[in-house]
Write a new protein. Structure first.
Length: 574
């Protein structure tokens, strides 16, 4: 009997489990077997026309709708999306916001300011009526439904002026990746308050384009343009040439300007040549210039762009290393000073003009370069022929004269007059510089003990100082200018062109009765012992001003200098 009862109970349990299992399956509907109705928009309607008042930016437009329903009773949430007229999929709206109470309510209020900004990002101009499309999207689990409508909105009277700007495009250093767009620096006004002027130091690729963006993603305000004029949502600006630039835009005048930076140079007491010298820094990318420079002395200095005294970076008073352009300081309400320096020796000098804080830094250059045994004599050879013997003072050999050299020839250094001694070379071409138009151009090259030949990058007359204890070769050349003036402060300085050997020429318009002189500021000052003649002799430091132009006109002016640049001849040919 017990066995029979056990079998009955077992069958009962199996039947009960089966019944419970069937009931559970009936309560769980497959995903595709329930529906989600669309919400029904109640406001705004197609006849709604709203004028956004910028004096009340926090006033709102309220969107309302009748609820969507899940046939299975699942919870529903909502979001409102705004896009351009005629949009149907709303996959990239210019504005999207969840409804009230974390998306569960059937209404949402959006401020005038938020809608105005969205319309601006969508390309609708200020103070104009825009007919736009909007949508209410219902979401329930993986299902969604949508209702759409149209309305008319008039934007704020004045255009939005962004507080931040970025540059991006195929011409820029960010490889046209808007998410990594390069931030621009916002300048200040005379009161130290933010101005609507933004700038960036960066590199451009000629023939490619760039634009300015208010955000690092879209939608955003986007500025293109041409010929110095900005245009909201205009075409990309074409970069004319490869190179480094300061790009400055003014959102008050909707203009932009470019200053090409051929190089930044360090000028002043610490560098060779002092205030007449110019140690160039090389561009590293991302608004940074850098060079290893031998600081020979303590004392003040500045950074100068392109060898031009109109573009000087000086230190902001009261800061450790913040820089500003001298001719911008007053407009930005800043006091400036020459950059102080109390270091000597070899340092890596970094000029950082990226983003918010323009600054400089020094880092000791610990690169080890071993000295070379100093020979008793040193000679310069041109195409295998000895052309100059250097003067010796300890470990340093120097030339007291400027040696005319040509790019078409090859050169070597040797410790013997016949070339049979120890040979020496350098690590770069002579006279190779980004500062070719400077008054006094100089650079240090590393000296090596080997038989390699070297060249000059262009025809130049060079003066040398060669220090075997460093070991280092320094070359220097000068550019001459024709100064022409009636009133000294209004003088015209015209740079002359060098040709081999030691010859400088220029064709220029000259005025009768004006004074003239040949000057390389301020080491050479060449005048004449016969100042009224159109041709004659030149004397450095002792010659009189030339007053030899009796008729206004165009003249070809030529000077030929002796190797020491202390004397020479001149000619003015009408």
């Amino acid at each position: 009997m017990k066995k029979k009862y056990v079998q009955i109970i077992t069958l009962f349990v199996i039947a009960l489990v089966g019944l419970i299992s069937c009931q559970k399956e009936e309560n769980l509907q497959p995903e595709g077997e329930w529906t989600l109705s669309a919400p029904v928009i109640t406001a705004p309607t197609e006849t709604t026309s709203i004028i956004l008042d910028e004096t009340t930016p926090n006033e709102t437009i309220t969107f309302t709708w009748d609820a969507a329903e899940s046939s299975a009773g699942y919870a529903v949430t909502y979001e409102v999306m705004i896009d351009t007229l005629g949009t149907t999929d709303f996959s990239t709206p210019i504005l999207a916001t969840a409804s009230s109470n974390n998306g569960t309510e059937t209404s949402v209020s959006i401020t005038y300011e938020a809608i105005n900004e969205a319309l601006a990002y969508g390309g609708y101009p200020a103070n104009s009526e825009a007919t736009i499309s909007f949508a209410v999207k219902a979401n329930s689990l993986s299902k969604s439904s949508i209702a759409t409508g149209d309305m008319s909105v008039t934007r704020f009277e004045n255009e939005i002026v962004p507080t931040k700007l970025y540059i991006s495009g195929t011409a820029t250093e960010n490889n046209n990746n808007l998410a990594e767009a390069i931030v621009m620096r916002r300048l200040t006004d005379t009161n130290g308050l933010n101005a609507n002027i933004h700038e960036v130091y960066t590199s451009l690729i000629g023939g490619e384009t760039y634009k300015f963006y208010s955000e690092r993603s879209l939608p955003a305000l986007v500025y293109g343009g041409s010929e110095g004029n900005l245009e909201l949502f205009g075409d990309g600006i074409v970069a004319e040439n490869d190179g480094q630039y300061r790009i400055r835009i003014n959102l008050d005048t909707n203009t932009y300007e470019l200053l090409q930076i051929n190089y930044w140079g360090m000028v002043g007491s610490p560098v060779q040549g002092g205030w007449g010298g110019d140690e160039p820094l090389q561009y590293q990318g991302n608004g940074i210039w850098q060079a290893s420079i031998n600081l020979e002395n303590t004392g003040g200095f500045v950074f100068r762009a392109n060898g031009d005294w109109a573009y000087l970076l000086k230190r902001v008073v009261g800061t450790p290393n913040t820089l500003v352009l001298e001719n911008d300081a007053t407009n930005q309400g800043l006091s400036i000073e020459d950059i102080p320096n109390d270091l000597t020796g070899l340092y890596i000098v970094t000029l950082d003009l990226s983003a918010e804080n323009y600054s400089y830094s020094f880092e000791e250059d610990n690169t080890v370069i071993y000295p070379i045994a100093t020979p008793s004599q040193l000679f310069l050879f041109e195409n295998g022929t000895m052309i100059y013997e250097f003067s010796k003072d300890g470990d340093v050999f120097s030339s007291n004269e400027f040696i005319p050299m040509q790019a078409s020839n090859s050169y070597t250094l040797n410790s013997a007059m016949d070339g049979s001694g120890v040979s020496y070379s350098v690590n770069a071409n002579l006279a190779e510089t980004v500062n070719a138009d400077g008054d006094r151009v100089s650079d240090d090259l590393t000296l090596f003990e080997n038989s390699n030949t070297f060249t000059v990058s262009n025809d130049r007359a060079l003066r040398f100082s060669i220090d075997f204890s460093v070991p280092q070769l320094n070359w220097t050349f000068y550019n001459f200018k024709l100064f022409h003036w009636q009133i000294w402060d209004d003088r015209v300085e015209t740079q002359m062109n060098y040709s081999h050997p030691n010859t400088y020429t220029i064709t220029v318009d000259l005025t009768a009765g004006y004074d003239s002189k040949f000057i390389s500021p301020w080491d050479f000052d060449l005048g004449s012992d016969n100042p009224s003649a159109l041709s004659g002799n030149l004397i450095n430091g002792g010659g009189s001003n030339l007053v030899n132009i009796t008729t206004d006109g165009t003249y070809t002016v030529t000077i030929i200098l002796a190797n020491d640049y202390q004397t020479g001849t001149y000619e003015f040919a009408p």
